[in-house]
Design a protein around this ligand. Structure first.
Ligand SMILES: [Zn+2]
Length: 483
């Protein structure tokens, strides 16, 4: 039992609280601190998901009101790491942190086969350090800065620094106090630019929802189901079974860029079919790193609160369970009989003969239905997409962008299909499916600029915008980048 323990600051990590205790206690080495707090010296200084929390709570003074639950949920990365795990796994990790064996925690996350590099260096924001010193008299480690994937301080939109000492320290039992660990040699996690800041703002908002929200855990594949729904909506997939992986990979890369993905340790090779983006959209039993989920969520423009509040999977399962096996057998028999009676017909023909059976099986016994239906003859993959409607929609978007390009007062950009596609965020559609959208195609053919046309436009732009007093044609040409 200890006679005092620092009360946590809001958003402070447990690690940081113990580091502050260590200084206040006047203990000469970390072993003495461990003995004070845990009654044992066989504890390591967990930075992200520390263990033995129950032992610690039992050693705190009676007047200290901290609970195990509060520590785990508010002062460790538990909520971040378990947000996308099923509840049994999350509970297991909770138990390991509370009183189990800390060395099993990492394995329990299921990330061992994931190629993500785990970086557990400690991070801080200079402006937070300053304001914490002003407000509380000391600096401390903030939980939101330690979240893997965080490259900037959300509060200040400022660069995060890696506490150099935390990457060099050999003793895994030592707790670093931020106040005494800041060094001139500390380097930034990433140099921020406009693009990184934009992505990080979204990332920070999602992290905030996860850390401060109170969501129920989801089943395995819950997230995949939702991602698929959005992929279909985006035109990147036609059905559960058919995802246009190449389009998806290219568009995903185009959206984030190699640099950002590399900074997050999530870059991949489009030609490697074992990449994580493909894996996360396929039916899977493995875990993915929260960063990977968050990247998909931002890319698909999913509202994270709506996602976590959705009970879609649970509902589906409940209905499934309430159906009796007898019902299932009889529907299956009816479907199989139709298949035998009309061996040369396709699914849509058979479906019309007994709509009720089809609807029931499609709703409650989908997998069996897919496996026991005539093999689909494919007529291209455009069946479910209403291309006529899409043509109209895309045409509108394209028109707006094209007009913006031609009316812009900025230095001209050549109006190409690629540029227009990227501007509307649907480069893959224009590259691959233009033939399915005749109106858009015709409009583009008319508006897309040849090199010559573009050069002429640049020259007139330079004429209008660059002050030239009696300078020769040659200078105008050079300004315009035309030889
Ligand atoms: Zn800050």
């Amino acid at each position: 039992m200890v006679t005092f323990f620092p009360m946590p600051y809001q958003g402070e990590t447990l690690y940081s609280m113990i580091a502050r205790y260590h200084i206040w206690s006047g203990n000469l080495n970390s072993k003495a601190t461990l003995r004070d707090l845990f009654n044992t010296t066989s504890v390591t200084a967990g930075r992200e998901l520390p263990a033995n929390i129950n032992l610690l709570i039992n050693n705190l003074p009676d007047k200290c009101t901290l609970t195990v639950d509060e520590i785990i949920k508010k002062h460790t990365l538990y909520k971040y790491y378990t947000a996308f795990l099923p509840s049994e796994r999350a509970t297991y990790i909770y138990d390991l942190m509370s009183e189990g064996n800390g060395s099993l925690i990492f394995t329990a996350l299921g990330l061992c086969n994931n190629n993500m590099k785990i970086d557990s260096s400690l991070k801080y924001c200079n402006q937070c350090v300053e304001s914490d010193r002003n407000n509380f008299g000391e600096a401390f480690f903030h939980i939101e800065h330690q979240v893997p994937g965080a490259l900037m301080c959300q509060k200040h939109s400022a660069e995060l620094y890696i506490c150099n000492k935390s990457t060099q320290i050999k003793n895994r039992q030592e707790y670093l106090n931020l106040e005494f660990s800041i060094s001139e040699k500390d380097t930034v996690v990433a140099t921020l630019n406009k693009q990184i800041i934009e992505h990080q703002k979204k990332f920070g908002k999602d992290i905030d929802s996860i850390i401060n929200g109170n969501f129920r855990f989801k089943e395995m594949n819950f997230f995949r189901e939702h991602y698929l729904k959005e992929l279909i909506h985006k035109g990147m997939a036609e059905s559960r079974m058919k995802i246009y992986q190449q389009d998806l990979l290219r568009d995903f890369k185009n959206y984030y860029g190699n640099d950002y993905l590399t900074l997050l340790g999530c870059n991949f090779d489009v030609d490697n079919k074992y990449n994580w983006v493909t894996a996360i959209t396929r039916k899977h039993r493995k875990s993915f790193h929260p960063i990977q989920h968050l990247l998909i969520i931002e890319y698909l423009n999913i509202d994270i609160k709506e996602l976590f509040n959705s009970e879609y999977m649970e509902v589906r399962k409940k209905i499934y369970k309430s159906k009796t096996d007898g019902e299932k057998i009889s529907y299956r028999e009816r479907w199989s009989k139709l298949g035998k009676d009309y061996p040369n017909e396709n699914t849509s023909f058979i479906r019309k003969l007994d709509k009720a059976t089809y609807i029931w099986l499609n709703k409650y016994d989908k997998k069996w239905l897919a496996e026991n239906s005539p093999v689909k003859k494919t007529y291209g993959h455009s069946k479910k997409i209403d291309w006529k409607k899409r043509d109209e929609e895309i045409l509108q978007e394209v028109k707006e962008v094209v007009e913006a390009i031609y009316n812009s007062k900025e230095k001209p950009e050549r109006a190409t299909v690629g540029v227009i596609g990227r501007r509307i965020g649907k480069a893959y559609l224009l590259q691959k499916y233009l033939d399915k959208m005749p109106k858009t195609k015709e409009y583009l053919q008319e508006k897309v600029e040849s090199v010559k046309e573009y050069q002429n436009r640049r020259i007139s732009w330079v004429r209008e915008n660059v002050t030239i007093n009696g300078e020769s044609e040659w200078i105008v040409m050079r300004e315009a980048g035309v030889r």
